[in-house]
Design a protein around this ligand. Structure first.
Ligand code: MN
Length: 356
């Protein structure tokens, strides 16, 4: 006997343009239960009102949404379902961006190891951190050594210990020979060490943490570890290139074309970070980059206390004219303070030289 107001699985499949096989699968996966199953024949019957939901399930599967999440979306009203899909997709895009970075890094790494580099280069470097003119405490940390360059900008309660911990976790690389396993193992150790050190220093508070922009020198390359809104720049042949991507809300708005770089400078939420090393249980993954260095290159790592108030063109001017790293960092910090010094400011400058 046919149930009143119900469609057979065949008729329902035809109406929602899905195969009966797909509908049976959705039933087994608990994504879309038939409105009624005949106890004697086992035939599945669907209600007309389920057509819309069947299509929604099919499209969410096409989107790649995990089954458990589809079940959740289907149980929500339209407004909440819309919000849930938006949240899911934002996450997919963030993860894809991270994987794109990692893929680019691995391509760089594998392309560069095939080149035999005979010239050994070395760094001449200087680091300087200053509280600025407004803040009473300095929550930044900066460090430069023969193999490690690092700037970290702490935030929240415990921001100062967090930034120090991140930088401190990398300093051992200066004291020891390069570990076996090459640059990939080196960076894995650096990222893991900094992440754990910050988690310990910041405690259970996910609102406390730090940015980290660090370079590990291999002798011919600078391996960059970067998370947050501190920056790395490269001055090469007179041109200044920013070689890190800010993990901020305004940068993502720039990327989406919703904001110009100029508008971003004065945006009220310009300091809002999308990614950082923090306390609490969450783990955010830094970007990794490998840079083939050339003699004459000059690297700058800085916190937003510099890049937020001193225009790139002025930074370029200082980096072009200062003869040595120590004078460069002093002049840059001076420029930030001349612009009001509203934030802690940290700079690391390193010159790539032919080994003596
Ligand atoms: Mn800052």
């Amino acid at each position: 006997m046919r149930a009143v107001g119900m469609l057979t699985i065949g008729a329902f499949a035809k109406a929602c343009r899905l195969s009966p096989k797909a509908l049976r699968l959705y039933d087994e996966l608990d994504l879309l239960r038939p409105a009624r199953v005949d106890p004697e024949t086992g035939y599945r019957y669907y209600a007309v009102e389920q057509l819309e939901q069947a299509r929604l399930v099919a499209w969410l599967r096409r989107l790649g949404m995990p089954l458990a999440r589809i079940r959740r979306v289907c149980a929500l009203d339209d407004a909440d379902a819309a919000r849930e899909i938006r949240v899911y997709w934002a996450r997919v895009e963030a993860e894809t961006a991270m994987r794109r970075e990692l893929a680019a890094f691995l391509v760089d790494h594998l392309s560069s190891t095939s080149r035999k580099d005979t010239t050994m280069l070395e760094l001449r470097y200087c680091a300087l951190s200053d509280p600025g003119l407004v803040r009473t405490a300095n929550q930044d940390a900066a460090y430069a050594g023969a193999r490690v360059l690092a700037v970290a900008d702490g935030f929240g309660p415990g921001g100062a210990p967090a930034s120090s911990a991140a930088v401190e976790a990398l300093r051992y690389l200066d004291r020891e020979p390069l570990p076996a396993g090459g640059v990939l193992s080196l960076l894995e150790d650096a990222v893991r060490g900094a992440t754990e050190a910050v988690r310990e220093a910041a405690g259970p508070d996910a609102g406390a943490g730090t940015t980290l922009t660090a370079g590990v020198w291999t002798g011919s390359q600078l391996a960059l570890v970067h998370i947050g809104d501190s920056r790395a720049y490269l001055l090469r042949e007179g041109g200044l290139f920013r070689i890190t991507h800010d993990h901020t809300v305004v940068q993502s708005m720039i990327d989406e074309g919703r904001l110009t770089a100029e508008e971003a400078l004065t945006h009220p939420q310009r300091a809002l970070l999308l990614r950082a090393l923090t306390g609490g249980g969450t783990t955010a993954v830094p970007d990794l980059r490998l840079h083939d260095a050339r003699p004459g290159d000059r690297y700058l790592l800085c916190s937003d206390g510099l890049s937020g108030v001193v225009p790139d063109e002025e930074i370029r001017g200082v980096l072009t004219s200062a003869p040595a790293p120590d004078e460069a960092v002093r002049t840059l910090v001076g420029a930030a303070n001349a612009a009001g010094g509203p934030d802690n400011v940290s700079c690391v400058v390193a010159d790539v030289m032919e080994a003596a």
